[in-house]
Design a binder for this molecule. Structure first.
Ligand code: SF4
Length: 405
């Protein structure tokens, strides 16, 4: 098969993986070295997630043959799709060709499982080793890790790649047993632990070799099973704490060609994915706990999770911007972390006024009922008003009804 035909198949097969954003890579340049590439100056995007978002990597699979039969995956053993396989040397050639033409800024490489988990992992490592050691490639490399592979292979990959990721896909054992019978949560967690231990071993050791300097990430599919948002968020929280994950990516399930009856026929709402990203950001950046954001069930779609928390905890508000703790200021809807830093700096010099929030570009529509400044106080009872939620909810875009109701 011609290389271009393989590229068509294996780039298309990789588009379902959302966990390839290249954020967090260290700055690395080839200037002054006998090498090529750099991890900064990115911006040319050549890979797309199923909903059209653009990422700046050559995003391909080594092969879409697979021994496993994950029901949600287009590459599963029982799927009737055209198959192809690159040799490691072909992936290296493509990466360097695209890189030299300034079309990409790095490589995201995943693979179906062929022969065995170890063999597949060895092939992925071979690509990274050829790029790094034979061709002096200093650009970004993200390798998808095969969870069942030998820990020594995972460690080897960690010394070559900027980022490793092990996809959790479905967060409960029950769902994995039903939809991905060859996978186990415990094996996935063990692989994450190996990566985390590798990172800890070199942390604070300036002379130690780099080990996944851009950290590890994972992807979870939303809407392929009945797992609710509260379980997804608790799971993400324990991954951040347990294995120091950089990111959990949420990918709204999109039906695959020739879908089995065990997975839904409809696309999961993208707004649900968006709300999960917002809630995840609150976990990572704002100090919220998953249980605070959602006791059970799914996130509300018509209001963002920070506003939902504020409305559910109205006794905390209104907060005086001249006195409240920074951690509490960050919980005011419409005021982001950077604005909190600026408000804290400002109030060391003088009283914070309402107009300062305009200067800081806070979302006043949301913030107004929850704040007090030196010259502003919300109307009596505004924050307690039963109409507040209705006033602040985001209008929902009309949705075309399905043919079958
Ligand atoms: S192991 Fe990966 S490539 Fe193979 S069927 Fe499962 S999700 Fe798809």
């Amino acid at each position: 098969m011609q290389l271009i035909a393989k590229l068509g198949i294996l780039a298309d097969a990789a588009k379902y993986d959302a966990s390839c954003a290249s954020s967090g890579a260290p700055r690395r340049s080839s200037r002054g070295h006998d090498s090529l590439g750099a991890t900064d100056g990115m911006g040319i995007c050549h890979s797309y997630t199923p909903d059209g978002r653009c990422v700046s990597l050559l995003k391909i699979l080594l092969t879409n043959f697979c021994l496993y039969d994950c029901q949600y995956c287009v590459n599963r053993r029982s799927s009737n799709v055209p198959r192809a396989r690159f040799s490691p040397e072909e992936v290296v050639r493509l990466t360097l060709d695209f890189y030299r033409r300034n079309c990409i800024s790095g490589l995201f490489l995943s693979s179906g499982i062929i022969r065995s988990a170890d063999y597949t992992m060895e092939q992925l490592i071979r690509v990274a080793r050829l790029l790094r050691e034979t061709h002096g490639f200093r650009g970004y490399i993200h390798l998808k890790t095969i969870a069942d592979a030998d820990p020594l292979l995972i460690e080897e990959a960690g010394l070559l790649a900027d980022r490793l990721s092990v996809n959790i896909e479905l967060p409960t054992d029950t769902s994995l047993r039903r939809l991905a019978p060859e996978k186990k949560t415990s094996t996935i967690h063990q692989a994450m632990a190996v990566i985390h231990q590798g990172q800890q071993a070199v942390a604070g050791e300036p002379r130690a070799p780099r080990f996944t300097p851009a950290g590890q990430s994972t992807q979870v599919i939303v809407g392929a099973d009945a797992t609710d948002d509260s379980t997804l968020l608790r799971n993400a929280e324990s991954l951040y704490h347990g294995y120091g994950l950089k990111r959990v990516y949420y990918s709204a399930f999109s039906p695959i060609p020739d879908s089995p009856a065990s997975v839904p026929l409809a696309v999961a709402p993208l707004l649900r994915e968006h709300r999960l990203y917002q809630a995840d950001f609150l976990l990572r950046g704002y100090g919220y706990k998953a249980g605070e954001l959602l006791a059970d069930g799914n996130l509300e779609l018509d209001i963002d999770p920070k506003l939902a928390w504020a409305l559910a905890n109205r006794e905390v508000f209104p907060l005086d911007l001249n006195r409240a703790e920074p951690a509490l200021l960050a919980r005011i809807p419409g005021i982001g972390l950077r604005s909190v830093q600026r408000l804290v700096a400002l109030r060391r010099e003088r009283k914070v006024r309402y107009d300062d929030l305009i200067q800081l570009r806070c979302v006043l529509e949301k913030a107004r009922p929850f704040i007090v400044t030196s010259d502003y106080r919300p109307a009596q009872g505004d924050v307690r008003s039963g109409l507040l939620r209705e006033r602040l909810r985001e209008p929902q875009a009309p949705v075309q009804m399905g043919l079958w109701g």
